[in-house]
Ligand binder design. Structure first.
Ligand code: PEP
Ligand code: MN
Length: 357
């Protein structure tokens, strides 16, 4: 159980937290023009990457400390809070020195426990009670994500939040980074007090995916959004395909439906009760299936047969997947369910092979 403080004392934690701004700070004019437009639409926290982790050398690796001066101007001129990414001790020192109000840890950094410890130590040395958001590591490893959060918590930082930005995968996909929603859901289960913010820009990688992803995040009870916005996205020096103009961002934010997960109507309680009952039935049926499997295991053992009979498994897979599909379920879902059930059946049969006479 983490004992957390709100990210900011002067921002209501019950409203979605919205952070917007360009992927990278490029020029003073680009930063200020974007910030002015966002501030006019009521955005309270401005993001801009100053140091950019790039997959390969040769791309734009961020403007560096010079850009921190532009963030100072954004604060002075618009009154917005400013946020940037840090990946090492020097970034931490320079960002805090420049009066940055919130820092986030990028996905490549949260995957690296040495870097995380260095950042946590550097922050502790400075001792300012700054809010920190930790992006999920690039690889889908929830323990690594929680570990990164714990390093900051153990260093005394209690204004923490997580950012779900999707997970990288080999090959071409609809999404730039696969959402794998079950991972942030598991994070919510493990650390219920930790705010989780969604980054639809880095999940989607394309402008048209941002609104549906943001709505999905709200529907799933996320606590806010961090969205890339640029005054002239087509000319952006990094991530140009996923940045929105402040005008478009404003339209999207105004059309999103914010859900309140705490409202439980009577109807919802009744439906939940039905879910509980359905789950109990599901368990009973699974238990019955396992019992039959153990009987089969006993039979196979007595007749010198092997546990695995692959033709049978194939046939089960095909017929059940087809049935599930006819009922409106996704074939991939049914394959995962069946392969887990099969794995457990095999395990139980092997137990019989090992132990019983
Ligand atoms: C970013 O926010 O611009 C960024 C580099 O994100 P990530 O670490 O999620 O790739
Ligand atoms: Mn980016």
């Amino acid at each position: 159980m983490l004992e957390l403080k709100p990210l900011f004392d002067d921002i209501n934690p019950n409203n979605p937290l919205i952070i917007a701004g360009p992927c990278s700070a490029e020029t003073e004019e680009q930063v200020l023009s974007t910030a002015r437009q966002l501030a006019a639409y009521g955005i309270k926290i401005f993001r801009a990457g100053i140091w950019k982790p790039r997959t390969k050398p040769g791309g734009f690796e961020g403007i560096g400390a010079e850009g921190l001066e532009w963030l100072k101007k954004v604060k002075e001129e618009t009154g917005m809070k400013v946020a940037t990414e840090v990946a090492n001790k020097i970034h931490v020192q320079q960002a805090l020195e420049a009066g940055v109000d919130l820092i986030w840890i990028g996905a490549r950094t949260s995957a690296n426990p040495f870097a995380m410890q260095e950042i946590a130590d550097a922050l502790a040395e400075i001792g300012r009670d700054i809010p920190v958001l930790i992006k999920n590591p690039v690889n889908p490893d929830i323990e690594l994500w929680i570990g990164a959060i714990q390093r900051l918590y153990n260093a005394g930082f209690h204004r923490l939040g997580a950012i779900h930005r999707g997970f990288s995968a080999y090959g071409k996909h609809l999404y730039r980074n696969l959402p794998q929603w079950h991972i942030p859901i598991e994070l919510r289960r493990r650390l219920p007090e930790l705010p989780i913010i969604c980054d639809p820009s880095h999940i989607g990688g394309k402008r048209e995916l941002i609104a549906p992803l943001a709505q999905q995040a709200y529907d799933m009870g996320f606590d806010g959004l961090i969205i890339e916005s640029h005054c002239n996205p087509d000319c952006a020096w990094s991530d140009k395909d996923q940045q929105l103009t402040p005008d478009i961002l404003n339209v999207i934010l105004n059309t999103l439906v914010v859900r309140n997960e705490k409202t439980t109507t009577e109807n919802l309680s009744m439906l939940r009760q039905q879910i509980d009952e359905a789950d109990n039935e599901l368990l009973e049926i699974l238990n019955k299936r396992m019992r039959i499997c153990r009987e089969i295991g006993q039979y196979k053992k007595e007749h010198g047969m092997t546990v695995l009979q692959s033709g049978r498994y194939d046939q089960i897979m095909h017929s059940r997947v087809k049935l599930a599909q006819d009922m409106g379920m996704s074939p991939d879902f049914m394959k995962v369910v069946l392969s887990s059930i099969h794995e457990e059946s095999v395990r139980q049969q092997l137990e019989i092979f090992k132990h019983k006479a």
